[in-house]
Ligand binder design. Structure first.
Ligand SMILES: *[C@@H]1O[C@H](CO)[C@@H](O)[C@H](O)[C@H]1NC(C)=O
Ligand SMILES: *[C@@H]1O[C@H](CO)[C@@H](O)[C@H](O)[C@H]1NC(C)=O
Ligand SMILES: *[C@@H]1O[C@H](CO)[C@@H](O)[C@H](O)[C@H]1NC(C)=O
Ligand SMILES: *[C@@H]1O[C@H](CO)[C@@H](O)[C@H](O)[C@H]1NC(C)=O
Ligand SMILES: *[C@@H]1O[C@H](CO)[C@@H](O)[C@H](O)[C@H]1NC(C)=O
Ligand SMILES: *[C@@H]1O[C@H](CO)[C@@H](O)[C@H](O)[C@H]1NC(C)=O
Ligand SMILES: *[C@@H]1O[C@H](CO)[C@@H](O)[C@H](O)[C@H]1NC(C)=O
Ligand SMILES: *[C@@H]1O[C@H](CO)[C@@H](O)[C@H](O)[C@H]1NC(C)=O
Ligand SMILES: *[C@@H]1O[C@H](CO)[C@@H](O)[C@H](O)[C@H]1NC(C)=O
Ligand SMILES: *[C@@H]1O[C@H](CO)[C@@H](O)[C@H](O)[C@H]1NC(C)=O
Length: 416
């Protein structure tokens, strides 16, 4: 192939592969002559470690959910430079493997507690999300990877990991993101068993050591405890998700003071209680607030309507109370999901002449049992993006256009 031909196909490959892996992009850049002069080949022992990790799994079409899944490890061939393998990124100066992205790679097999993976001590990023680990445990040796900044073992559907998250995870003091969640979108979520457990003592140690965490996502990992107040010490937190973690007790109000919060999901913990402070209006980055199916109480503060980046607000099935003008929510221009069902709220519609050409693009509107009385607010008919509407158990009069009855139920989860 000519140089131009090669560059052309590299460009095409970059364009194509960017969909899958940003680390590959970096590998392609090392083709630049000035960088290749500094570029080291993969270290032999690291190459061997990766190959034996590869051999501990088989490729199975049903091991990953993502439709773009493909077997990345097929390109892992002993005679080639491991830094050029799919999903592998090396440090340009030292040649050490610093990133492994085997997300959605159709891997099926158990995690070996003594896996050679844990000899790759220079790793800064490890993404094994969306593979099938056959209900094996997270190996304690994960704690050896002390340089890790990003660890992603999240799963679609039910987790394929089981048992206790090892306490050694708290040795990863450089972590910026930790994602152990399961994504569960089916409406039959009650059938799901939380198979991963995180002892609250491990969570406390993690909070103590990994002080720079920005992403902490533990949906469907059983913690079965109250929330450690020290969580509010992690001031860099942006995305915090503990949906269905069997948490109970008082919600530490300090969480609402974390300045950079973008997503806060504590839905479906049943016995969490607390109130929304007025200061919530200071969280200007907040895009998702999901507290549904808990025991939160008190009024919804007016300052909430200052959150102009809010896309997802689900507060359904709590004990929120007070009179609230429904039209206020139209101020939230980014709003996509609004669920206020099943509280002790009294909603009313104040404004009859809403400017219907500038409505938020609301897709999900859950207003069941909200003490709405009178006519159905006319602007609801103008929400052309709506695909789920629940106005049941109110005192509404008048007709609802027939097309609303064909709306399909969307999963009520934080999209991010
Ligand atoms: C290679 O990269 C260097 C700096 O990273 C840049 O200055 C140079 O223009 C690049 N060369 C080519 C051929 O792209
Ligand atoms: C892992 O290796 C250690 C020694 O390094 C050994 O004692 C242990 O039995 C091994 N465990 C498994 C499950 O292979
Ligand atoms: C973890 O991986 C999943 C699926 O591959 C991805 O959607 C998610 O954003 C990742 N988590 C983080 C914190 O980057
Ligand atoms: C913090 O991490 C270090 C190793 O990095 C470990 O020795 C120590 O036990 C950890 N502390 C806690 C509270 O887990
Ligand atoms: C963390 O929070 C606790 C109480 O919530 C406090 O006593 C402690 O000093 C804080 N630690 C740091 C490092 O800020
Ligand atoms: C919050 O985000 C801003 C902007 O990204 C950053 O400068 C700041 O350091 C962050 N604050 C904390 C406590 O991490
Ligand atoms: C946060 O909001 C409260 C109440 O709305 C306000 O009194 C306070 O000054 C705000 N704090 C900051 C740091 O903006
Ligand atoms: C409604 O909003 C549109 C778009 O911002 C604007 O052009 C129009 O003048 C508004 N109509 C009224 C009656 O305010
Ligand atoms: C709003 O809905 C009403 C009743 O369905 C309809 O007549 C009107 O044309 C709609 N307005 C816009 C801007 O869609
Ligand atoms: C954090 O949450 C925000 C808002 O939901 C989202 O846009 C962003 O992608 C999330 N970040 C990560 C790394 O998941």
């Amino acid at each position: 192939m000519t140089m131009m031909g090669l560059l052309h196909s590299v460009a095409l490959a970059i364009h194509f592969l960017l969909l899958f892996s940003s680390s590959l992009f970096t590998n392609c850049l090392t083709l630049n002559d000035s960088t290749t002069t500094h570029h080291h080949e993969c270290h032999q022992h690291e190459s061997n470690a990766l190959l034996s990790f590869k051999q501990s799994f088989i490729i199975s079409k049903s091991a990953s959910y993502n439709t773009f899944s493909y077997p990345k490890t097929v390109s892992w061939i002993p005679t080639t430079d491991c830094c050029s393998w799919n999903g592998i990124e090396c440090d340009e100066l030292t040649g050490h493997v610093i990133s492994i992205d085997l997300s959605s790679s159709l891997l099926y097999g158990s995690m070996d507690p003594n896996s050679t993976l844990f000899s790759l001590v220079h790793l800064q990023s490890l993404d094994l999300s969306d593979n099938d680990f056959s209900h094996s445990q997270i190996p304690a040796r994960i704690g050896h990877l002390s340089q890790l900044r990003h660890l992603n073992l999240s799963q679609y559907g039910e987790t394929t990991l089981s048992g206790e998250v090892p306490t050694q995870i708290s040795h990863l003091s450089n972590l910026l993101s930790l994602d152990l969640r399961s994504y569960i979108d089916q409406p039959f979520e009650n059938l799901v068993i939380n198979q991963l457990q995180l002892k609250v003592s491990t969570l406390r140690s993690l909070i103590q050591n990994s002080t720079r965490l920005e992403q902490l996502r533990l949906n469907y990992v059983s913690v079965s405890s109250s929330i450690p107040y020290t969580l509010t010490n992690l001031t860099s937190l942006q995305n915090l998700s503990f949906r269905n973690c069997e948490l109970c007790g008082e919600f530490p109000v300090g969480i609402f003071y974390l300045p950079n919060l973008s997503s806060l999901n504590f839905a479906e913990n049943q016995n969490l209680h607390g109130a929304l402070p007025a200061s919530i209006g200071n969280l200007t980055n907040l895009a998702c607030l999901a507290l549904g199916k808990n025991s939160f109480q008190g009024e919804i503060p007016q300052s909430l309507f200052r959150l102009e980046n809010l896309e997802h607000l689900s507060l359904g099935y709590n004990f929120f109370e007070g009179r609230l003008a429904l039209d206020m929510f139209l101020k939230l221009e980014m709003l996509n999901v609004l669920d206020l069902s099943g509280n002790k709220l009294s909603l009313f519609s104040q404004v009859r002449d809403v400017n219907v050409t500038i409505l938020p693009l609301i897709q999900w509107l859950g207003l069941s049992s909200c003490n709405l009385a009178g006519e159905v607010p006319t602007w609801i008919m103008n929400l052309t993006t709506l695909s789920y509407l629940d106005l049941s158990r109110n005192n509404l009069q008048g007709e609802i256009p027939y097309f609303f009855f064909r709306l399909e139920q969307l999963p009520l989860v934080c999209i991010h």
